[in-house]
Design a binder for this molecule. Sequence first.
Ligand code: NAD
Ligand code: DAU
Length: 335
Amino acid sequence: MRNLLVTGGAGFIGSNFVHYMLEKHPNYRIIVYDKLTYAGRLENLERVTAHPHYAFVQGDICDMAKVRETILAYDIDTIVNFAAETHVDRSILDPDAFVKTDVYGSYVLCEVAKELKLERLHHISTDEVYGPIPQGAFRETDPFRPTSPYASSKAGGELLVLSYFITYGLPITITRGVNTYGPYQYPEKAMPLFITNALDDAPLPLYGDGLQVRDRLYVTDHASAVDVVLHHGQLGEAYNIAADCEKTNSEVARMIVQALDKPESLIQPVKDRAAHDVRYALDITKLRSLGWAPQVSFEQGFAQTIQWYVEHQDWWRPIKSGEYLEYYRRQYVER
Ligand code: NAD
Ligand code: DAU
């Protein structure tokens, strides 16, 4: 494993993974392949642009010819697939792109990986494929019961990846991560949306009663878990990634206004998300057996995240214009 194609590497977790890998494995070559949708940003990779072991290719994972050409041009042996449409609310408004990228795009990567006999296809999946769990935690063998078009497309893509292992012996691994937060997260997701709105004294739109529970994983812990599975995971296996750090949305919203010294009255309950999953939780016994454990506590990760958004207004302010404002109006104004 030396030449990695990181698809979706200009997004939130993908770019953090690229930073992490170039530091941890200085002899690896990392090629980012990204369509640069509204969520993909070259600014996220500015820190590594001049790195001798890094290159960027703009392309769609649904474009089989371009994926093949890129893999051959850079002598790629491993794909790590972060590329996806990722926002649940957008999948409820417009599922089309989710089915294309998250299902068909995953198929394209499997096909090319099979044809070119790559050493590994690692696929990034999500806890949302299992659906909600009121108590306890899902293990990797539990059935999928996704509820949103996003979660269902991710489930479809992941099942295709697994089928390529079972049917053709393609060397794959899969990780299913919980709700992840940290620097470079697009401010449509709850935590960066709440932080950036609070900084502007704008309302924090809390869906429903705000009592939905999410496990909160700091992004470098997500990256290190993928690294561990890439190197020590068993082929054909899926691994849950979690932080054991459950918080309700309401608790997080309150922590944000307190940290920024803003009034609690900024938190405004709004109409709930359709089919809003009340809680996700994953058992990580299997991943712990590979020697991985989360390193960043919520207090530490939360403080670092707040500080990053305070100090990087030049990153998020330009995003909050144009297409973003159009989406924001569609999503929130009628709420
Ligand atoms: P993101 O939306 O920030 O980034 C997605 C990236 O994929 C962007 O750079 C985008 O340009 C790129 N992309 C989208 N469609 C593409 C296509 N057709 N071809 C090539 N590139 C394309 O997402 P994220 O939050 O960083 O999530 C990354 C992965 O992790 C996704 O697969 C997501 O399902 C999964 N995941 C996310 C979380 C989370 O909490 N953010 C948790 C678990 C799993
Ligand atoms: O759990 C993993 C998933 O986490 C990933 O697979 C997804 O790609 C990622 O987007 C994230 O999904 P969520 O739906 O959990 O994230 P989001 O930030 O959209 O919402 C987190 C919680 O906050 C959720 O319960 C809905 C709520 N919420 C969200 C928004 C955008 C609000 O209350 N108000 C909001 O405005």
